[in-house]
Design a protein around this ligand. Structure first.
Ligand code: UD1
Length: 365
């Protein structure tokens, strides 16, 4: 048997998902797997460092699309991907997560008549002002095999008309990367390098809704200042956010420490050691749940409800008042949480099984 699969990655949160997936598929000689990097993220701190930290082999193709508006970036990925998929003559395409590379890959594959496999399918924030929500809905609509991380994903897909035979609950690929790399991450000297002593909090912010509007960003930063008087906060700043802070001349002195983006291992080390994490990221809500570190999510909703039901996550909203309330609640009644079902480091193996079954077993459509 020779199943030729293209696995697509493009942006920072994709890399920790494709690493265990590629490893599991390439361990089976029935698969011939090619990795395609779209180049959606291109700074070394956003891509190369992650590929190295996660020991992802060099991509077979690099599309080098770079930044642009959503339409430009998505269209450019589609334009450059189509001839690659034709040349590579693949039997199917695997896309992960919810970034523009994900939806672009699903569109090109579906229009070439290739099966689309989506890892991290079914998550819904029910908020279409979020670009990722549109990417999720469209990708799932076009996908033939849907690999799901949590029960809500399964229910959402059934409600949207998918057949249960198309959906496999596989667990969480990010947790595979976390489990594998945590021992190495804990050996990182990042705290010494940054001069962190004692308790600290970790911040990340990059959602357009939080950072593109100067007033909103200023409100969040001034709220972080208040929290930083109680506990020093360290904030590796996404390039998008850095540009907005500079454009709005928003200063962050005092105990709110702005950093360059960190690599995977350094960031994982800080997550594991932090007393609290304040974030608007999707993946960090999941990682903090697995690490049992309290997480305040600076959003009004989450597509990952299991992190609230089982884990350490709380929705903190994005206003000064709501964030400070959540901070007080988190101090008054800390959540310990449990690790969600199948977030056990073996999702790559389950993905491999489900994908193999998809290609050798009877098809459900
Ligand atoms: C993207 C994803 C988001 C994910 C995030 C993680 C979409 C719609 N969004 O958002 O879901 O959580 O990645 O980081 O796909 N930039 C650089 N260097 C880079 C990449 C980006 O400087 O390597 C700057 C550019 O100014 C760019 C901006 O960041 O315009 C935004 O990058 P983009 O890929 O459009 O979206 P992200 O905000 O990174």
């Amino acid at each position: 048997m020779n199943i030729r699969l293209a696995v697509l990655a493009g942006a920072r949160p994709n890399f920790m998902k494709v690493a265990p997936l590629i490893a599991a598929l390439r361990a089976d000689e029935d698969f011939r797997v090619i990795l395609i990097h779209t180049g959606q993220h291109y700074d070394d701190t956003m891509s190369g460092q992650f590929m190295r930290d996660l020991q992802i082999p060099p991509p077979d193709y690099h599309l080098q699309v770079g930044s642009g508006s959503h339409a430009q970036q998505t269209a450019e990925i589609m334009r450059r991907l189509e001839p690659v998929l034709i040349e590579a003559d693949v039997d199917g395409v695997v896309v992960v997560g919810d970034v523009n590379s994900t939806v672009a890959g699903a569109l090109v594959a579906a229009k070439l008549g290739l099966p689309v496999i989506h890892a991290e399918a079914g998550l819904r924030s029910f908020d279409r002002s979020m670009p990722e929500e549109i990417n999720r809905v469209v990708t799932d609509c076009l996908s033939d095999l849907l690999l799901v991380t949590e029960q809500s994903g399964h229910s959402n897909l059934l409600r949207e008309g998918k057949q249960s035979g198309q959906i496999a609950m596989v667990g969480n690929l990010m947790v595979d990367s976390l489990t594998k790399n945590l021992p190495e991450a804990m050996r990182s000297d990042v705290r010494e390098r940054l001069g962190i002593n004692g308790r600290f909090g970790l911040v990340t912010l990059h959602r357009p809704a939080n950072v593109d509007d100067g007033e909103k960003l200023a409100e969040i930063v001034s709220t972080l200042h208040i929290i930083a008087e109680e506990i020093p906060l360290y904030w590796p700043v996404h390039p998008r956010t850095r540009a907005r802070l500079e454009a709005g001349r928003i200063a962050a002195p005092g105990f709110l420490h702005l950093l360059e983006p960190l690599g995977y291992l350094d960031f994982l080390c800080l997550q594991a050691k932090a007393a609290v994490i304040l974030t608007d990221s999707g993946g960090i809500q999941e990682e903090s749940t697995v690490l049992a570190v309290p997480c305040l999510t600076l959003r009004e909703n989450t597509e990952r409800p299991i992190t609230i039901e089982c884990g350490t996550n709380r929705l903190a909203g994005t206003s000064k008042e709501s964030i400070l309330n959540a901070w007080k609640e988190a101090n008054a009644s800390p959540r310990t949480g449990i690790i969600p079902p199948l977030w056990d480091g073996l999702a790559g193996l389950r993905c491999h099984e489900a994908i193999k079954r998809f290609f050798v077993g009877p098809r459900v459509s």
